[in-house]
Design a protein around this ligand. Structure first.
Ligand SMILES: NC(=O)c1ccc[n+]([C@@H]2O[C@H](COP(=O)([O-])OP(=O)(O)OC[C@H]3O[C@@H](n4cnc5c(N)ncnc54)[C@H](O)[C@@H]3O)[C@@H](O)[C@H]2O)c1
Length: 467
């Protein structure tokens, strides 16, 4: 099928490359010239395992290309995915400026006679499906006016454009596997034709019948992927409810971790004990310095904003956010407890990205921790395997020392804090680390380091919730 994906970010790039891998003919529309230049030069603008190879192969096969705007797109697509950002505003509501301009642009520039399905893949407030339909129609009318036609005659409602919601659940760091082997696909629409088009588009994924990309350790499911076909509003709410639930699960275990510290329990044992209950499950029960990233805070805030509009209280969500805020202070408190004075101390942060295997710094706990330490008068040195160029570029307001590698980071530090559980940090030569440090304290913000190995290296290990 002919597919257009507007917005070649973390979601759009992966979606486009995976659909091209399934032999669809995909055009990415990206208005950031720097990203486009990288893609055209055969480079991947983000860090995502396996994505450079997938982009390279699908572009070389002629299944994937990138253009600057809807009006320069080379073909009339069967399906247009909107995958632009919907970042949070101070009010908590998402900024829908990009979505609005793309929806209008689709009406203005794409060939409506072909019967295009417009699919919201961006995470958008409930009701956005109807709003996008209205905007596409307005765009179409504007096109008719420009062409000197009667705008009334150009209306395509229910005829040439259909709108669907297809929320995205990929996780950065494992985005290709999540897209090709998802737990489920959710589609919301009000017209059977929209379901039929997306069933056809996703058929190889639904049936798990396609060549699996090599080198990523991926394996196809041994069963068909469940397809949830529902109405627009339910599909939109599924996305927010999923992220709110996951954020709540993490905040729950973090609240238990605070109690575990007081009563002398080990939260990793508690999490194992409850996670083996099939009703609870072991995932998203890792206590630590809290969740971050581009989605959780933004989506929980957006859900709260919608609930406010309808006068529905969201006490659980308020607590979820509050616990997470508290968790970001845990590192400072632990450092104060052990070092007493922070002024003049040097603290090294291992990891900047909000999670391993990505370069994404959006709402990363590392930023909040660095800010608190700087405010407390400490010097902050940092290291990350991939996200340092982004941090240098984006965090210009902070005076950070960038280290070349973890050993360089340890040099002269009074304490180290493991902020992001990158695989190489789990295997650090702790004896060599200890030899470079001025102090002995290692705060493990993700509870991933082995106590015995750390203590044998002469370091004092402090975890989260490990009484
Ligand atoms: N990142 C994730 O893990 C993730 C997971 C699930 C859902 N989502 C949702 O998907 C959406 C996209 O997220 P993302 O992380 O990919 O964002 P992103 O910021 O990485 O990517 C958005 C891209 O859209 C481009 N863009 C903006 N306006 C455009 C326009 N008019 N024409 C063409 N391109 C335009 C931007 O330049 C950018 O490259 C958001 O709503 C997000 O909440 C993200």
């Amino acid at each position: 099928m002919k597919v257009m994906v507007v917005g070649a970010g973390y979601v759009g790039l992966v979606t486009g490359a995976c659909l091209a891998w399934l032999d669809h003919d995909v055009t990415l529309v990206e208005n950031d010239a720097a990203k486009r230049a990288l893609l055209e030069a055969g480079q991947c603008p983000i860090h995502e395992p396996g994505l450079p190879e997938l982009l390279g192969e699908t572009m070389a096969a002629g299944h994937l290309r990138v253009v600057a705007s809807l009006d320069t797109a080379p073909m009339a697509p069967d399906v247009v995915f909107i995958a632009v950002g919907t970042p949070p505003q101070p009010s908590g509501e998402p900024d829908l400026t990009a979505l609005e301009s793309v929806a209008r642009g689709i009406g203005q520039h794409l060939d409506s006679d072909a019967g295009i399905l417009v699919v919201n893949k961006s995470t958008v407030p409930i009701g956005s499906g109807n709003w996008v339909e209205m905007l596409v129609e307005e765009g179409l009318k504007a096109r008719a006016v420009m062409a000197g036609d009667d705008p009334g005659k150009g209306s395509m409602a229910g005829h040439r454009f259909l709108v669907a919601s297809n929320p995205e659940f990929l996780r950065e760091g494992s985005a290709i596997g999540d897209t090709l082997h998802p737990d489920r696909i959710v589609v919301g629409a009000g017209d059977e034709r929209a379901f039929a088009i997306l069933r056809q588009l996703y058929r190889p994924i639904l049936d798990q019948e396609f060549p699996v990309p090599a080198g990523l350790g991926l394996a196809r499911h041994g069963h068909p992927v469940p397809l949830v076909e529902t109405d627009l509003a339910s599909a939109e709410l599924v996305k927010y409810a999923a992220n709110a639930f996951l954020a709540t699960k993490i905040s729950f275990i973090n609240e238990m971790a605070s109690l575990a510290e007081k009563v002398g329990a080990d939260i990793t044992e508690v999490a194992r004990g409850i996670g083996l209950d099939a009703r609870i499950g072991p995932r998203f029960l890792q206590a630590g310095i809290g969740w971050g990233g581009s989605c959780f805070r933004k989506d929980v805030m957006a859900l709260q904003a919608t609930a406010r509009e309808y006068g529905v209280p969201t006490r659980l969500l308020e607590a979820t956010v509050e616990v997470n805020e508290h968790q970001r202070h845990v590192v400072l408190v632990k450092l104060q407890e052990h070092l007493k004075i922070l002024k003049g101390r040097t603290i090294g942060l291992l990891g900047l990205a909000f999670k391993p295997d990505t370069d994404d710094l959006r709402d990363a706990p590392s930023r909040a921790i660095a800010m608190q330490l700087l405010k407390a008068g400490a010097r902050v040195r940092v290291h990350d395997p991939v996200a340092m160029p982004q941090a240098r570029q984006q965090w210009t307001e902070m005076d950070l020392g960038f280290a070349d590698d973890p050993l360089d980071l340890a040099e002269g530090c009074d304490a180290l804090v493991l902020v992001t559980e990158w695989a190489p940090y789990r295997k650090l030569d702790l004896v060599a680390v200890a030899a470079r440090m001025r102090g002995r304290l290692l705060v493990d913000g993700r509870n991933v380091l082995e106590r015995q190995r750390t203590e044998e290296a002469g370091l004092i290990l402090v975890g989260v919730g490990r009484g």
